[in-house]
Design a protein around this ligand. Structure first.
Ligand code: 5AD
Ligand code: SF4
Length: 446
């Protein structure tokens, strides 16, 4: 492809949505680095602008259209600028996006990231407009392994796609069928990250508990053991578990493998059996509760977090109350809660009984009010306890405020004058706030 006089070009990359997209953005930057692009935080300086998009809810999708509108003028001012849409909206809309935004140069889906250098080459030569949204049934390893993570923490994709087709969810359409990467390739990638200084790795998949089903040589708990064994890796996390597939074997592994972080994200979505059935989740509320209780009884220090959707089609006031009752019963450490949003292609978008927006919004408010108190109470239970913190970044010059995350995934801040002995330190929690903890270092009276 054509290069500027200095040979280096600049990319502005904006990421919307989930950790899967964050990981895809790292991979996009990895491929672009190979063809001499460096990242810029200013769109006005960029030769290439990429919006890595999310379509899981309508609001996320609309954000992309307003962002695109803002870049139109820039494109008019700088004819050489290449403007791209990546991610789930790209996959979902394809060609339609080019029609909707005539100034857009490239639309590419999550399975076409590795083609980016070629696609950009073609666009710069011919000034054509391209769409790359093909999906394949197998994983081509050249799609992975180029992650450009430069932090102590990194995400590694262990599989892609989802075969669950929950009635509300667009992911099986945008991310395609479930396929696992080979364990040896995952181990290679994590080993390279560890050599580069990464201490904590999060294994990513839409449904990690079905890793390897129908192909890979090891089960998910075995993969976790292999990753935990890698020199330099001090903590291993994973998201997302599906309550119908999480096994007793995996829950027991937390007692055997000290590097496993003390946190499980286990999306319940609703506390009503009728709603869960209509969603196609494959478990009842009491089935879910018994798994959550098993986790807490075997490992009381593990934080359990969840996702909840309010206002799913047909959800009655009583069914919503069952969700509130489940929150109060299980006392989650935190929840991510969403108003139901009808998505194209999904079954639930055609269901009777769509709940009006004002009712959905009120239910969300009530749910969040109930959880706010529980989250604070759970935080307060940590006061006085010793916790290990993996540091994130260093204090600003002239300041002495450190921050990091506990193994149970809470943000902790503490002051210390001077350097710290290690990237993981033990602190004592002194205060609890709704979204973070305050701690003391060093720990006295050992
Ligand atoms: N509407 C609202 N929330 C949704 N989620 C997925 N699809 C939808 C939708 N159509 C939520 C689920 C999932 C999380 C990532 O996003 O709670 O676990
Ligand atoms: Fe969507 Fe359900 Fe798959 Fe999760 S398990 S990605 S909610 S279809």
């Amino acid at each position: 492809m054509e290069q500027s006089a200095e040979g280096v070009k600049r990319v502005f990359l904006d990421t919307f949505g989930c950790q899967m997209n964050d990981n895809d953005s790292e991979r996009i930057l990895g491929f672009l680095k190979n063809i001499n692009y460096t990242r810029t935080s200013k769109p006005t300086d960029a030769d290439l602008i990429i919006l890595n998009t999310c379509s899981v809810r309508d609001k996320a999708e609309q954000k992309v259209y307003s962002a695109l509108g803002r870049f139109k003028d820039l494109k008019d001012e700088r004819p050489g600028l290449i403007l791209c849409v990546a991610g789930c909206v790209a996959q979902q809309e394809g060609e339609k996006l080019l029609k909707r935004a005539p100034y857009l140069d490239l639309v590419f889906g999550p399975q076409n990231i590795h083609r980016l250098p070629d696609l950009i080459g073609e666009i710069s030569k011919k000034r054509g407009r391209l769409v790359a949204v093909e999906q394949s049934a197998s994983i081509d390893e050249s799609e992975y392994g180029l992650s450009s993570a430069s932090d102590k923490r990194a995400f590694v994709s262990i599989m892609r796609g989802c075969d669950n087709f929950c009635a509300y969810c667009i992911v099986p359409y945008t991310r395609g069928r479930e396929v696992s990467r080979r364990s040896a390739d995952i181990i290679d990638e994590v080993s390279r990250l560890a050599e580069g200084g990464v201490k904590e790795v999060t294994l990513l998949g839409q449904n990690v508990n079905s890793y390897g089903v129908g192909g890979a040589e090891v089960s998910f708990p075995e993969l976790l053991r292999l990753v935990a064994r890698i020199d330099g890796i001090r903590r291993v996390r994973f998201i997302t578990s599906h309550p119908k597939d999480i096994s007793v074997g995996l829950i027991r592994l937390f007692g055997e493998e000290p590097k496993l972080a003390r946190h499980i994200h286990l999306p319940v979505q609703s506390g009503s059996d009728r709603v869960l059935k209509a969603m196609g989740r494959g478990y009842t509320a009491s089935h879910y509760a018994s798994k959550a209780r098993l986790i807490k009884s075997l490992h009381p220090d593990i934080a359990v977090t969840t996702d909840i959707i309010v206002g799913f089609p047909g959800e009655t006031e009583d069914e919503f109350e069952e969700t509130i009752a489940l929150l109060r019963d299980l006392r989650f450490d935190n929840i991510f809660s969403f108003m139901y949003s009808p998505r194209p292609l999904t079954k639930a978008a055609a269901f009777d009984g769509q709940v009006p927006a004002d009712v959905r919004s009120k239910r969300l408010q009530r749910l969040q009010d109930a959880q706010r108190q529980i989250t604070l109470e759970r935080s307060r239970e940590l006061v006085g306890k010793r916790v290990e913190v993996l540091l994130e970044g260093a204090p600003k010059p002239g300041e002495c405020e450190f921050s990091g995350r506990t193994s149970c995934n809470r943000i902790v801040r503490f002051s210390h004058d001077g350097a710290l002995p290690d990237s993981i330190v033990e602190v004592v929690v002194t205060e609890a706030y709704p979204n973070s903890l305050r701690a003391e270092f060093p720990v006295h009276g050992k």
